[in-house]
Design a protein around this ligand. Structure first.
Ligand SMILES: C[S@@+](CC[C@H](N)C(=O)[O-])C[C@H]1O[C@@H](n2cnc3c(N)ncnc32)[C@H](O)[C@@H]1O
Length: 269
């Protein structure tokens, strides 16, 4: 199937690891409900895809479920998604900011792709929080959970940056990875994150940054680490200090999920 897309959504579609993980997650849920198939071979369940973009995940859901709705606030992208799904009677695209919607029928599956590292620059945090009341009690959200890790680094940059295919920052990891937060996407996300973290150092070096890596549980069985378009590792500079092997540093890290990189604060205690 050929999709009409913007350049940004085209890059999203080319990211095969991302697409296959979501496809498998949606298929896995459909498999569990296989006995509810109607005469047309579709499962009588309602699916919402929040921020559907080109509609590619809406399309995956439409292969299995009877009532699939993709929501997209940007007119041009919504019109592409409508065009892309025109042959699927069981799927519709609604051009609307989901934050403006109230009183909807409850969905059995809510798809809400969260693709920004640690959800910091992820505008869909608000969208999912707003839509959780429109999920059936036994319904699910895909992805299920976001897990974040932090590593102390010596980096040759003094501003916040992401590592992706076009840009690889120069850095050295100087201590072990620490799992510092787990966010259950089936519950309302508390957007304000703040935590005191103990970072171990295993090398004599200059500590001047942290690397954040996000791993997403699409479902319990499907785990997706960073891919070209999904959760690229994030580098955050911190006040520079000389460190020795065996040191333990206390770092307070805070940010607002959905608040953007401007909301990040770091303090070494
Ligand atoms: C990462 S992109 C698209 C991802 C999509 N799953 C795909 O594979 O193409 C996220 C989309 O969510 C849309 N979006 C963000 N917040 C929204 C909101 N509150 N209501 C509707 N759409 C929203 C953006 O316009 C953007 O097109």
């Amino acid at each position: 199937m050929k999709f009409k897309v913007t350049p940004y959504h085209s890059n999203l579609i080319k990211d095969k690891q991302r697409l296959s993980a979501f496809y498998e997650g949606i298929s896995e849920y459909a498999e569990e409900l296989n006995n509810l198939k109607n005469e047309e071979g579709l499962i009588n369940k309602v699916v919402y895809d929040l921020g559907c973009g080109s509609g590619v995940l809406t399309y995956f859901a439409s292969l299995y479920f009877q009532g699939v709705v993709g929501f997209e606030k940007e007119s041009k992208i919504a019109s592409y998604a409508t065009e892309n799904l025109k042959d699927y009677d069981n799927a519709i695209i609604i051009k609307e900011n989901v934050l403006n919607l109230e009183g909807l029928q409850k969905a059995d599956l809510i798809i809400c792709e969260m693709l920004d590292t640690a959800l910091i620059d992820e505008e869909e945090v608000l969208a999912l929080n707003h839509f959780l009341p429109f999920k059936e009690d036994d319904g699910i959200v895909i992805p299920k959970e976001v897990v974040n890790f932090v590593e102390p680094v010596n980096m040759q940059r003094n501003n916040i940056c992401w590592e992706d295919e076009d840009y690889k920052p120069n850095y050295e990891i100087i201590g072990p990875s620490l799992k510092y937060s787990e966010i259950n996407l089936n519950e309302k996300i508390d957007e304000n994150f703040s935590s005191n973290l103990e970072l171990k150092i295993d090398k004599d070096s200059i500590f001047n940054g942290i690397k954040i890596t996000t791993v997403t549980l699409i479902t319990d069985k499907i785990v997706l680490g960073p891919t070209p378009m999904f959760n690229p590792p994030l580098f955050i500079p911190v006040d520079e200090i000389k460190v020795s092997k065996g040191d333990i540093l206390n770092l307070t890290l805070s940010y607002k999920m959905g608040g953007g990189i401007e909301s990040i604060r770091t303090v070494i205690n």
